[in-house]
Design a protein around this ligand. Structure first.
Ligand code: TRP
Ligand code: SF4
Length: 326
């Protein structure tokens, strides 16, 4: 029997290259080895987007199409929507009874988000309980592993603590899942900050070739390289990081050399990268187009995933109610 993994994404906008290289390709790498449950965390999105929730439904479908377009296989993985499996809410409620407040208040991701999400009021009960809901998502399927980035590792640790506490109080129901750490993507946004929709520095999977060309031209390269005659350092250049992924090996080697000797200018270098990036994204866009024309197929994928997930969730909740004697 394959080990099971569970991971989710909040539907708060379109997928960009940060998601692709920071999560989705890793999910794809794991899809044969593990029994994968990948889901849209729409209730989690609501913790921060509650005042303007329209984005959630819009992006839910978009994200599912993106997942399949980049090569996550719905015949191999199970995709579902969190809010379609009401058991998550019940398990969240039960976990909230046994989760000590200080565990949530000292959570580093929570403290950071409070500082970061300044345009929204997230001093809410729901936002504090975000990791409790996440623990319910993970433990519902008795996952052995959770593929996430470093920022989410504290949430998986908290999940383990909640599982341990539940098992201690009521008898063993849940395994303690391991973090499967996703290597951080080297690809930054145009401004060299982390790629993020809210920074306005992201290249989206759905960007047209014109948009891609324009965004690549805006990219900050080696900041030390002011003139074309200055030698550059590809090791610290974001354009070069894109070349490493999207260009052929010999071109990458050539650029590495010619950048250091100032034989190549950044404009020329960017043009080549943009072309290769466009080509690299072509198959993704082609699949997206097919899926957009076949709405029924996407609906079927969701329905089938929801159905499978619901069966497991129902079984887990029976065991939970039995253990809690309620
Ligand atoms: N908190 C995760 C994020 O921001 C999303 C998420 C919700 C999740 N539930 C999960 C990830 C369960 C892994 C497992 O990306
Ligand atoms: Fe970066 Fe290319 Fe310019 Fe070198 S030539 S600094 S790799 S954009």
């Amino acid at each position: 029997m394959k080990k099971r993994i569970v991971s989710g994404m909040r539907p708060t906008g379109k997928m960009h290259l940060g998601h692709l290289h920071g999560a989705l390709l890793n999910w794809k790498n794991l899809q044969e080895e593990y029994d994968c449950f990948y889901f849209i965390a729409d209730w989690h999105a609501l913790t921060s987007e509650y005042a303007k929730p329209d984005i959630i439904r819009q992006s839910t479908r978009d994200i599912l199409i993106d997942w399949i377009s980049v090569g996550l296989d719905p015949d191999v993985c199970t995709f579902f929507i969190q809010s379609s499996i009401k058991e998550h809410a019940e398990l969240h409620l039960i976990f909230s009874m046994i989760t000590p407040l200080p565990w949530l208040e000292r959570n580093p991701t929570y403290k950071e988000q409070l500082k970061e999400l300044t345009q929204r009021d997230v001093y809410t009960y729901g936002f504090l309980g975000y990791p409790v809901l996440q623990a319910a998502d993970i433990l519902m399927y008795k996952a052995n592993g959770v593929p996430v980035g470093e920022d989410q590792a504290p949430h998986v640790e908290l999940t383990r603590e909640i599982a341990r506490r539940f098992n201690y109080l009521y008898g063993t129901v849940f395994p303690e899942p391991d973090v499967i750490l996703t290597p951080t993507s080297k690809l930054l946004g145009m401004d060299r900050r982390k790629m993020s929709k809210s920074y306005g520095n992201a290249i989206f999977l759905t960007d047209t070739n014109e948009e891609i060309g324009r965004k690549v031209m805006q990219m900050i390269t080696d900041p030390q390289r002011a003139r074309k005659t200055d030698p550059g350092n590809p090791d610290i250049c974001n354009v070069y990081s894109f070349h490493e992924i999207y260009s052929a090996k010999d071109l990458v080697a050539q650029i590495n050399k010619e950048c250091r000797t100032a034989e190549i200018g950044c404009v020329e270098c960017k043009k080549m990268m943009a072309e290769n990036l466009k080509k690299g994204l072509e198959p993704v866009k082609a699949r997206r187009k097919e899926l957009e024309a076949d709405v029924k197929r996407v609906d079927e994928v969701i329905e089938e995933g929801n159905r499978k997930s619901r069966i497991i969730a129902a079984r887990t909740m029976e065991a939970v109610r039995e253990a809690v004697k309620i």
